[in-house]
Design a protein around this ligand. Structure first.
Ligand code: DX5
Ligand code: ZN
Length: 222
C-alpha cells in the first residue's frame, strides 16, 4: 500500500487553519489528520464537525481522517459524515458496542477504523477485522501533541502488521504520536503505512522539506 503522510492539524495555526492546511497539502501531505478531543475521554478540548465542514467549504478536498477521542462516540458520527469526513476512527473503550459503532461509520459512507492506546490490547481486533478499513496505533497517550514516541509501539506495530497480512484484507496501519524525521524509517520498517505527524511537520520551518525527508526515510525502510 502506498505510504501516506497525515499531518495532525492539532499543531496547525488555528487562527488561519484553511491556509495552513492548504500549505501542508501543497507541500506533499496526503491526508488531513483531524484530532477531536472532548475534555472527558481525554484531558483536552479541540475541534468538532463545524471545523471539518469549514475546511471542506474552504476548498480542502484531500481525505480527512477524523480521530475521535470522545465518549460517547455514536451520536457525533453522522455529524462528521455530513461535515465531510472520509475516515472515522474511534477508541474501543469509548463505545459500549464496538461492532455497532463500526457499522454506523460505514453506513454513513465513511471508512472505519479502531484506535489502540498504548496499553490497549490488539485482542479488540479478534471479531471485527472483516469490518475495518484502518487500524490506528497510538504511540503516545492521547490528548496532546509534541509527546515522545513510546518505543514498545514498534513491537505492537509488527504484531498488527502480521494480523493484517494474515487477514488478506486491505487495511491501513496508521501510527500516531511522536513521529519525526529521525524515527519514521524504523516505524515504517515495523509495518506502518500511514504516518500521523503534528509537531514534526507544523513545527518545522519548511513543510515540503520535512515531508520530502519523511517520504525518503519511508522508502529507505524498503
Ligand atoms: C494525540 C493526537 C495526535 C497528535 C500527534 O492525542 O492524536 O494526532 O496531534 O502529535 P505529534 O505528532 O506532535 O506527536
Ligand atoms: Zn490523532
Amino acid at each position: 500500500m502506498e505510504p501516506l503522510i497525515a499531518p495532525s492539524i492539532l499543531s496547525a495555526d488555528f487562527a488561519r487553519l484553511g491556509e495552513d492546511v492548504t500549505n501542508v497539502l501543497e507541500a506533499g501531505a496526503d491526508i488531513v489528520h483531524f484530532d477531536v478531543m472532548d475534555n472527558h475521554f481525554v484531558p483536552n478540548l479541540t475541534i468538532g464537525p463545524m471545523i471539518c465542514d469549514a475546511l471542506r467549504s474552504y476548498g480542502i478536498d484531500a481525505p480527512i481522517d477524523v480521530h475521535l477521542m470522545v465518549e460517547p462516540v455514536d451520536r457525533i458520527i453522522p455529524d462528521f459524515a455530513k461535515a465531510g469526513a472520509s475516515i472515522i476512527t474511534f477508541h474501543p473503550e469509548a463505545s459500549p458496542h464496538v461492532h455497532r459503532t463500526i457499522g454506523l461509520i460505514r453506513e454513513q459512507g465513511c471508512e472505519a477504523g479502531l484506535v489502540f492506546n498504548p496499553a490497549t490490547p490488539l485482542a479488540w481486533l479478534d471479531h471485527v477485522m472483516d469490518d475495518l478499513d484502518m487500524i490506528l496505533l497510538m504511540s503516545v497517550n492521547p490528548g496532546f501533541g509534541g509527546q515522545k514516541f513510546i518505543e514498545s509501539s514498534l513491537g505492537k506495530l509488527a504484531a498488527a502488521r502480521a494480523r493484517i497480512d494474515s487477514s488478506g484484507r486491505d487495511i491501513r496501519l496508521e501510527i500516531d504520536g511522536g513521529v519525526k524525521t529521525d524515527n519514521i524509517r524504523q516505524i515504517a520498517a515495523a509495518g506502518a503505512d500511514t504516518f500521523v505527524a503534528g509537531s514534526a511537520i507544523f513545527g518545522s520551518e519548511d513543510y515540503a522539506a520535512t515531508i520530502t525527508t519523511m517520504k525518503a526515510e519511508i522508502a529507505a525502510a524498503g
